[in-house]
Each structure stands twice: as C-alpha cells, then as structure tokens.
Ligand binder design. Structure first.
Ligand SMILES: Cc1cc2nc3c(=O)[nH]c(=O)nc-3n(C[C@H](O)[C@H](O)[C@H](O)COP(=O)(O)OP(=O)(O)OC[C@H]3O[C@@H](n4cnc5c(N)ncnc54)[C@H](O)[C@@H]3O)c2cc1C
Length: 342
C-alpha cells in the first residue's frame, strides 16, 4: 500500500482522490489535507453564522460543458446529474454568453456539493486546518511539514494549490524543479477579485426578474447572483442570499487592501445598481487573490511531475484552465502518472 497525500480539498484534489480510489483501490491509502476549515477551495459554499439563512457560492457559480467536453467527460457529468448534484441551469442569467452546443448546469445544494460528492466517493482520510509549509525528500518518502508544527511521511504527494502558492513552499520542491519548470510555474498568472455574500431575512423577496446578471457599466461590480434563485433553492423560512463579484481591474487595484476596507466600497456600488435593497442580516467578504487562470502553464499539460520516485506531482487549474473540465483534465493526468509510478 502506498500512502498518497493530496494537498488541497478543492475540485482537483477531490477528483484526484476519487479517481485514485476507483482505479488503484488496493494499492493506495489516500489522505487529503487542506489549510481551510472545510472543503471546496474556490468551489466552496459559504453559510452565514446564523444558519437560518441560505448558503451562497462565493467562488464558482455554474458549470458550462462545451459539446466536446460533454462527450469526453460524459461519465463525470452523468454521475453528477444522476446523483442530483448537477441540474440544468434554466433560470434567467442576464448577459450570459451562451454558445451553441454548450450546456450550463447549476448545483441545487451549492458548488461545494460537487467537491463533497467526489470526496465522499474517495473514502479518503480528510483533514482540515492542515497547512503545508514545506516538503523534504527522505530517501523513498516525502516528509511533509505543517504550519502548526509536526510532519508526516508519505510515499507520494500531489499538490493542487495555484502555482504561485506551490512556489512559496519551503524545502526541496524549489531545488528539484528544473530551470524550465520553475519558469513555467512563474509564468502562471491569475486574475484577482473580491466576492461578497449578503444573507437576508426570510421575509425578503427580490423584485428584480433575474437569477444572475453580468454588469458591464460599473467599474467595481461585474456580476450579481440571487444565489438561492439561481439554484432554485428558495424555501420558506430561509432567507435569500445575494452574491456580488467585483471586476478584475477593481480586484487588482485593491488587491493589497484588507477585505474589511474594501467591503463598504462594494456595498456602496451594489446599492447604486440595486437601490432600496433591504438590510442583510449577515455579510461575508472574500478576497480571491488567485481567482481564475489568465495564463496557464504552456500547452496545458494537466500536471507537472517534479520527481518520479518518490512521486511529487503538481496539479490544478494552473496546468489547464479555470473551470470544472480543466480540473477533470488535471485529475485524469495525475491518475495516469501515479498509475505508472506506484
Ligand atoms: C470568483 C470565481 C468564480 C469562478 N467561476 C467559475 C464558474 O462559474 N465555473 C467554473 O467552472 N469555474 C469557476 N471558477 C474557477 C474554479 O472555481 C476553479 O478553477 C476550481 O475551483 C479550481 O479548483 P482547484 O482544486 O484546482 O483549486 P482550489 O479550489 O484553489 O483548491 C486548492 C485547495 O488547496 C488548499 N491549499 C492551498 N495551499 C495550501 C497549503 N499550503 N496547505 C494545505 N492546503 C492548501 C486551498 O485551501 C484550496 O482548498 C471560478 C473561480 C472563482 C474564484
């Protein structure tokens, strides 16, 4: 049995864990660590402290399958559809550019349910608040250090955080990357955004007709979603929620400011766009320093092998593109590497 550590319980990490379990069940023991308090990464669904209100998707909003990915990743889509995790997106999204042949899906329980589905299928040992700070090669194993102190040995490690965060790791990763690989990782660029979720009391009913809307004439706000309406999850006794994403130029301009200082600016702009919005009972603001990939590793290889034995593989949307299918491609390529080396 090889002990495999997957760093990151986002979509790529959860898919890697699930595929490894399905294809190499008798050969691997899978462990997943994430520095956050829960799973999902950029596909997480947040709840307000008072759970009488709806949850909200602060990151990814919906899943679009091109006709080509609908075919090549058919098994992933049909699995999620038959489990009720995905449903066709048929509510009004103003400004959504729909290309012929593309299919849009929403998640009735929030985007985090996609990641939870694959994690639960994986049967992996899952640990939160495990922040990896460094990796050190110890003959046939990797010693993985945690921020809180202590370390553990693994036979193989898969890193699924964005490339700039891989480059921040201490230990042997930096030394083992070739000059070319290091340049490729350094060349990865991400957009940055802020996201704000507003949770309203149960009696609030939105008067606008859309479930989500792309905004083109505001320097700060790029997208607004009536999250529960988008997911067709309005239910009595639970208040609606609204999600706001800022534009990329706004995100870049305010990137180094605290989210607490930026939140009032976003709310002021939101009130210009939706005057008379009722008072929310709770607000959550998120800074996505690494939001979506602008420049990925050239030729989108899906992964980067830092060392073959003991295996150390980097994966995630830095190596493909920032959406569901990009993460599936990455996880499939990690599977093929680990199948060959374990
Ligand atoms: C605002 C926004 C909107 C988006 N909209 C869409 C959309 O509509 N549709 C779509 O398909 N995609 C969308 N995306 C992109 C999509 O969310 C990402 O491509 C996808 O979630 C990436 O998954 P991942 O697992 O590769 O990375 P992540 O989700 O970033 O997962 C990496 C995980 O690693 C953990 N981690 C990082 N460093 C460490 C460490 N040192 N130790 C331990 N754990 C660590 C993080 O906590 C995180 O959970 C959007 C993203 C954002 C931010």
């Amino acid at each position: 049995m090889s002990r495999v550590l997957i760093v990151g319980a986002g979509l790529t990490g959860s898919l890697c864990a699930c595929l490894l379990k399905r294809e190499m069940q008798s050969k691997v023991q899978i462990v997943v660590w994430d520095k956050a308090r829960g799973s999902g990464g950029r596909m997480s669904t947040s709840c307000p402290p008072d759970s009488s209100s709806h949850s909200a998707d602060l990151g990814a909003q919906y899943i679009t399958a091109t006709s080509s990915y609908a075919q090549s990743h058919h098994r992933f889509y049909s699995e999620l559809l038959s489990a009720g995790v995905l449903q066709p997106l048929d509510s009004l999204v103003e400004g959504l550019k729909h290309k012929d042949g593309n299919k849009d899906y929403m998640t009735p329980l929030g985007m985090g349910s996609v990641v939870k589905h694959f994690l639960s299928e994986s049967g992996a040992d899952l640990f939160f608040e495990r922040h990896v700070t460094g990796l050190y090669r110890r003959s046939a194993s990797w010693e993985v250090q945690r921020k809180a102190g202590g370390s553990e040995l693994f036979d193989a490690v898969v890193l699924t955080m964005p490339a700039p965060q891989i480059l921040q790791l201490q230990g042997d990763v930096g030394h083992m990357l070739s000059v070319h690989q290091k340049q490729q990782l350094e060349g990865v660029e991400y957009s940055s955004r802020f996201a704000v979720a507003l949770f309203f009391p149960p009696e609030v009913i939105f008067t606008f007709p859309w479930a989500a809307r792309y905004v083109t004439d505001n320097p700060c706000v790029r997208y607004i979603a009536a999250d529960s309406r988008k997911r067709k999850a309005d239910c009595p006794g639970r208040g609606p929620s609204l999600v706001v994403h800022t534009s990329v130029p706004f995100g870049l301009k305010h990137l180094d400011r605290d989210k607490e200082d930026v939140q009032p600016i976003i709310l002021q702009e939101l009130n210009k766009l939706l005057p008379g919005l009722p008072q929310p009972i709770s607000i959550k603001c998120q800074k996505w320093r690494y939001s979506q990939v602008l420049t990925s590793v050239p030729d989108c290889p899906g992964h980067m092998t830092v060392l073959h034995q003991p295996p150390l593989v980097c994966a995630g949307d830095s190596f493909v593109h920032s959406n569901f299918d990009g993460c599936v491609e990455s996880a499939l390529s990690v599977l093929s590497v680990l199948k060959a080396s374990l």
